[in-house]
Design a protein around this ligand. Structure first.
Ligand SMILES: Cc1ncc(COP(=O)(O)O)c(C=O)c1O
Length: 424
């Protein structure tokens, strides 16, 4: 399993990292641009925190995944993990990709009643919304059972609750296959150590008994190995998938007509030089190899893979100060808008807006303006000699960060700019 600091600090001075450059996110005239817009100009205009979204990128990412699934010969459904970005502007882009439920379209993976209602309000038909929740209450069920959505239940107690209120209903079972994969250990949502998610192998018979007692019909097997795993962890995902298939066989033997296996989300995005991107064709081929014998539809519910590299977070350097052996670069944003490192140990690349390709000359800790010592974005991080007043972009800021923003310390959650990709 991986650790947060996947790459050791580079010997200095080091060339600026270039792995992140792609159509749309480019350097022009020694300035960082997104879809042709000068990001430093946007920062001066709006101030920080400023999230800048590339409206073309989510669609490109979805199409890349769907292309691989098609090439692998899978019958598949793509559902967007709404929690990664509930922004209506982004949802409109994803909704426009095609009819949800068709190979080109994108359905919704929802994890709360609020997300179900939000998806409905943003144009998704109920049958294209798949709910997979945790610790669902009777009040939650008041909303969930009022709509003909797909419902994956992740525990025996949930089966009992739904069975009592909606006997005979079709459901999916979320299982913990006993193996998982994640960017860090904490991001593995399944594995030997029980997590709060899913029916574990040893409880499957109890789950089946509860299903039978209430005359429920299990048509879906769901698992989510974990989040943020990268190309060198495909084997870990495959181990989880292989174990999920043994549970699929037990359900089929028990007589349930399973027509969908939902392999969850979790595809990660490289954060730093040296990390290995997921090979989408290898991923799709792995799923196809394990599921082909069963004739099921494979469902995918990516969040970060679609959104992470679709936005940058802009900030200004407000202090550069040595404290003991550590040089701190202080920014006017905090973990209240960028919890990637604080919560998940995901250390993003930080790029100056002017002179982005300057060599990296010193190791620094990049910190925010929230009143907590843990409010840092990078440690032992090679940066150029940035000066107070310079603007920087924190990359890979499109997934979860804005959705999870809060006004901790009464710091603002900031503004948002959306940029279309110029034609050609
Ligand atoms: C059940 C389920 N599906 C999908 C996702 C989306 O994960 P990611 O954004 O890592 O693709 C999550 C994230 O926690 C999840 O729990």
């Amino acid at each position: 399993m991986s650790s947060p600091a996947r790459t050791a600090p580079t010997a200095l001075p080091a060339p600026a990292p270039t792995w992140w450059q792609r159509p749309g996110l480019e350097v022009h005239d020694d300035r960082l641009t997104l879809n042709g817009a000068d990001l430093d100009v946007l920062l001066r205009e709006h101030g920080a925190p400023l999230f800048v979204y590339d409206l073309a990128r989510p669609a490109e990412n979805v199409r890349a995944l769907q292309g691989a699934l098609r090439r692998a010969g899978l019958r598949y459904l793509t559902r967007f993990a709404l929690k990664s970005c509930p922004d209506p502007r982004i949802l409109a882009v994803l909704r426009a990709l095609g009819e949800p439920g068709t190979p080109d379209g994108v359905g919704i993976d929802a994890c709360s009643p609020g997300e179900v209602l939000h998806a409905l309000a943003n144009g998704w038909p109920p049958e294209t919304i798949s709910f997979t929740g945790t610790n669902v209450s009777e009040r939650d069920l008041d909303v969930l059972l009022a709509h003909p959505i797909r419902l994956n239940l992740d525990g025996v107690s949930q089966i009992e609750r739904v069975g009592r209120r909606a006997p005979g209903r079709a459901i999916g079972l979320r299982v913990n296959p006993g193996a998982g994969a994640g960017y860090t250990d904490d991001l593995a949502y399944a594995g030997e150590r029980p997590t709060k998610f899913g029916v574990t192998t040893d409880r499957l018979d109890d789950a089946v008994a509860a299903v039978r007692r209430h005359g429920l019909a299990v048509d879906t097997l769901h698992f989510h190995a974990g989040s943020g795993w990268l190309g060198d962890q495909l084997g870990e995902f495959e181990a989880a998938l292989a174990r999920a298939v043994t549970l699929l066989e037990r359900l089929l033997e028990a007589g349930f007509a399973i027509r969908e296996v939902n392999v969850g989300g979790g595809l990660g995005r490289v954060a730093r030089d040296g990390e290995v991107p997921v090979d989408l064709d290898a991923y799709a081929a792995t799923v196809a190899r394990h599921l082909a014998p069963y004739g099921v539809t494979a469902a995918f519910e990516p969040g970060d893979f679609v959104m992470k590299d679709a936005a940058v977070l802009l900030a200004e350097v407000v202090s550069v100060e040595r404290r003991g052996s550590v040089t701190f670069v202080g920014l006017d944003v905090g973990w209240n808008v960028n919890c990637a490192y604080f919560i998940y140990g995901y250390a993003q690349e930080i790029v100056p807006l002017a002179g982005p390709m300057r060599p990296r000359t010193r190791l620094v800790t990049v910190a925010g303006h929230i009143n907590e010592a843990g409010d840092v974005f990078a440690e032992d991080y090679p940066m150029p000699d940035v000066a107070e007043g310079e603007g920087v972009a924190i990359l890979n800021a499109g997934g979860y960060l804005q959705a999870m923003s809060m006004t901790h310390c009464l710091r603002p959650t900031g503004a948002t700019v959306y940029l279309e990709r110029p034609a050609g």
